[in-house]
Design a protein around this ligand. Structure first.
Ligand code: NAD
Length: 296
C-alpha cells in the first residue's frame, strides 16, 4: 500500500476543538447551542446515526433534544414535531433523520423546518443560497469532504475532480461547492452518474475522485491514476458472519486496490462519516450565533 490514510476521525477531532470553543463562547454569553432531532421509526442505521450525532453534541458542549416517533406516525404528527422545534427558543438547529419510513413526505417535512434552523442545509432556501454563493448552512457531507481534501494539501484550484453520484445530498452540492470561485473550490468538476458512458475514462484522469454511489466496488485501483486522492463517501453494509452484528461496513471504493495507487485514501468507517457529524455540529453552533475560528 502506498496511500496515506486520510483519517476523518483525526481531521474531525481538530475541527471539533474549534467548534467546542465556539460553543463554549456562546454558552458564556447565555446561549447554549441546541440541536433538535426528529427520529421516526426504529431503523437500526438511523438510530445509530442519531445516537452518534447526539453523543458528538454532548462532547462539544451542544445541548440536544430528541423527539422519537413511531414508524407509523402520521404526517401531521411529524410536521407538528418540527413546528414545535421551530418555536422552541432553546433549539437553534433541527435535524430530521432521513430516510423517513414514508419518503413521500420528506420534501414537505424538510420545507417545514425554518431555514434559519435548517442545519442539514436541505431546505430549498439554503440550497438556493448555497448555489448562489450566499451565506448558507452548507450540507454536512459535502462540506466535510471539502475539509478532508484541504487536509491533504493538494491544491484544488485547477484540479480535475471526478464525483461518482449525483444525489441531492452529496454529489450535486459537492460539484457546486468544488467548482465555486472560493478558497475551497476552483476545481474543474465532472459529475458522473448511472448514465455516464465510460466512467473509467473520467476517473483515470482525475486528481481527486469522490465516490458517492452507494455501491461497493464502484471504484477499483485500475480506474485511478497514480497519486490520486480517493474520497470514499459510500457506506455499505455487507454480510460478515465473523461479526457479532452479522455485517461490516465498506465504502464504494475497493480499498486495497485503490490504496496501491492513490496518494491519499479515506477509510470506511472513519473517513467521511465523522466529518459529516462534525459539520453538523459546526452548523448548530453557527445557528446559535457562534463563530468557529478553525473554519475556512
Ligand atoms: P443515492 O443513492 O441518493 O445516489 C447515488 C448516486 O450514485 C446516484 O446519483 C446514481 O446515479 C449514482 N450511481 C450509482 N451507481 C453508479 C455507478 N455504478 N456509476 C456511476 N454512478 C452511479 O446515494 P447518496 O445518498 O448520495 O449516498 C451515496 C453513498 O454515500 C451511500 O452509500 C450512503 O450511505 C453514503 N453516505 C455517506 C455519508 C457519510 O456521512 N459518510 C453521508 C451521505 C451518504
Amino acid at each position: 500500500m502506498s496511500a496515506k490514510i486520510l483519517s476523518g476521525k483525526e481531521v474531525a477531532a481538530t475541527l471539533r476543538e474549534g467548534i467546542a470553543a465556539a460553543a463554549s463562547a456562546c454558552t458564556a454569553k447565555g446561549t447554549v447551542p441546541g440541536l433538535g432531532v426528529v427520529l421516526v421509526g426504529d431503523d437500526p442505521a438511523s438510530r445509530s446515526y442519531v445516537s452518534a450525532k447526539e453523543k458528538a453534541c454532548t462532547d462539544c458542549g451542544i445541548y440536544s433534544q430528541e423527539i422519537h416517533l413511531p414508524a407509523d406516525a402520521a404526517r401531521d404528527d411529524i410536521l407538528a414535531a418540527v413546528e414545535g422545534l421551530n418555536e422552541n427558543r432553546d433549539i437553534h438547529g433541527i435535524l430530521v433523520q432521513l430516510p423517513l419510513p414514508d419518503s413521500s413526505i420528506e420534501r414537505e417535512v424538510i420545507t417545514t423546518i425554518r431555514p434559519e434552523k435548517d442545519v442539514d442545509g436541505f431546505h430549498p432556501v439554503n440550497v438556493g443560497r448555497m448555489v448562489l454563493g450566499l451565506p448558507a448552512f452548507l450540507p454536512c457531507t459535502p462540506h466535510g469532504v471539502l475539509h478532508l481534501i484541504r487536509h491533504t494539501g493538494v491544491p484544488l484550484a485547477g484540479a480535475e475532480v471526478v464525483i461518482i453520484g449525483r444525489s441531492q445530498i452529496v454529489g450535486q452540492p459537492l460539484a457546486i461547492l468544488l467548482s465555486r470561485k472560493w478558497e475551497m473550490g476552483n476545481a474543474t468538476v465532472t459529475l458522473c452518474h448511472t448514465r455516464t458512458r465510460d466512467l473509467t475514462a473520467h476517473t483515470r484522469r482525475a486528481d481527486i475522485v469522490v465516490a458517492a454511489a452507494g455501491r461497493p466496488g464502484t471504484l477499483t485501483g485500475d480506474m485511478i491514476r497514480d497519486g490520486a486522492v480517493v474520497i470514499d463517501v459510500g457506506v455499505n453494509r455487507i454480510p460478515d458472519a465473523s461479526r457479532k452484528s452479522g455485517f461490516r461496513l465498506v465504502g464504494d471504493a475497493d480499498f486495497d486496490s485503490c490504496a496501491e495507487k492513490a496518494a491519499w485514501i479515506t477509510p470506511v468507517p472513519g473517513g467521511v462519516g465523522p466529518m459529516t457529524i462534525t459539520m453538523l455540529l459546526h452548523n448548530v453552533v453557527q445557528a446559535a450565533g457562534g463563530v468557529v475560528v478553525s473554519d475556512r
